[in-house]
Design a protein around this ligand. Structure first.
Ligand code: ADP
Ligand code: MG
Length: 248
C-alpha cells in the first residue's frame, strides 16, 4: 500500500493544452508535494495562468493527466465542485461579489457548497478576516476597501472552503505598490503554516524567501525547476537569464 501522505498533492504528467494553433502547455510534468510552495515565473504569455487554471480545471487539457490528492481531476458534477473548493484560487482581479458584504463574500461558499450552518460559517469567517487583518471591514461592501484589503478578503474567502492547496495568479499585480507588502505578508504566513501553494508572481523577494522551488516557464514549457537560492544564483537557461536581467 502507498502512504497517501507522502504522495504529491498535485501531479501533472505529459500535460498539453492548445488554444487553436497555439500550443500553450507543452508536455508539462510538475509535482507539488504537500506543504510545498512553488513559485512560477516567466514572461507574459508563457502559459502560467493556463497552468494554474488547469489545476482546478477552469481550463480542460488536451492530453496528459492531472492528479490532485490521488484522484484524476473530475470533469464535471459534484466531484468537480468539490475539487474547486479544495483548490482555492486567488486572481489578480479580486473577483469579490460587489453587492455583498465582505463577511457574506466569505460565508457564501461554505454555506452553499459545504452546507455549513450560517452561524458556524460566520464565526469562521470572522476568524479568517481577523487572520488576514481586516476583521474591522467585515460589514462593508468590497468597493469600500482598498485593493490590498480586497485581495486579503479574497484570500480569506478561498480559505473558508478549507482548501488543500491554494493557487495564486499574480495576486499583487493589480495593487498599488504600498499594498503589495500586506498581501505578501498574508501569503508568507500561509506558507509558513504549511499550506501547499502554487504562486505565479513577479515578486522575486517572495520567491526567494517563501518558495521551496522556483519554476521558470517560457513558451509553455517548464525550463527550470530549482530551489530559489540555486535558481537566482545560477539560472541554467539563456531564457531565464534574459528574463531575470529584465525584471531584477
Ligand atoms: P501567462 O499567464 O504566462 O501570461 P497565459 O496562460 O495567460 O500566459 O496565456 C498563454 C497563451 O495563451 C497566451 O498567448 C494567451 O494569449 C493565450 N490564451 C490564454 N487564454 C486563452 C483563451 N481562452 N483563448 C485563446 N488564447 C488564450
Ligand atoms: Mg497570466
Amino acid at each position: 500500500m502507498t502512504d497517501s501522505s507522502t504522495d504529491p498533492l498535485i501531479r501533472m504528467s505529459g500535460v498539453n493544452k492548445h488554444f487553436g494553433d497555439l500550443h500553450v502547455l507543452r508536455d508539462v510534468d510538475l509535482s507539488v508535494a504537500r506543504g510545498e510552495v512553488v513559485v512560477v515565473i516567466g514572461p507574459s504569455g508563457s502559459g502560467k495562468s493556463t497552468l494554474c487554471r488547469a489545476i482546478n480545471r477552469l481550463e480542460p487539457i488536451d492530453s496528459g493527466e492531472i492528479v490532485f490528492d490521488g484522484v484524476p481531476l473530475p470533469a464535471e458534477g459534484r466531484a468537480l465542485a468539490r475539487l474547486r473548493s479544495e483548490v482555492g484560487m486567488v486572481f489578480q482581479s479580486f473577483n469579490l461579489f460587489p453587492h455583498r458584504t465582505v463577511l457574506d463574500n466569505v460565508t457564501m461558499g461554505p454555506i452553499r457548497v459545504r452546507k455549513e450552518k450560517p452561524a458556524v460559517a460566520r464565526e469562521r469567517a470572522l476568524a479568517l478576516l481577523e487572520r488576514v487583518g481586516i476583521a474591522n471591514q467585515a460589514t462593508k461592501l468590497p468597493g469600500a476597501l482598498s485593493g490590498g484589503q480586497q485581495q486579503r478578503a479574497a484570500i480569506a474567502r478561498a480559505l473558508a472552503m478549507r482548501p488543500k492547496a491554494m493557487l495564486f495568479d499574480e495576486p499583487t499585480s493589480a495593487l498599488d505598490p504600498e499594498m503589495v507588502g500586506e498581501v505578501l505578508a498574508v501569503m508568507t504566513d500561509l506558507a509558513a503554516e504549511g499550506m501547499t501553494m502554487v504562486v505565479v508572481t513577479h515578486e522575486m523577494g517572495f520567491a526567494r524567501h517563501a518558495a521551496n522551488r522556483v519554476i521558470f516557464m517560457a513558451d509553455g514549457q517548464l525550463l527550470e525547476d530549482a530551489p530559489p537560492a540555486e535558481f537566482f544564483a545560477n539560472p541554467r537557461t539563456e531564457r531565464a537569464r534574459d528574463f531575470l536581467s529584465k525584471i531584477l
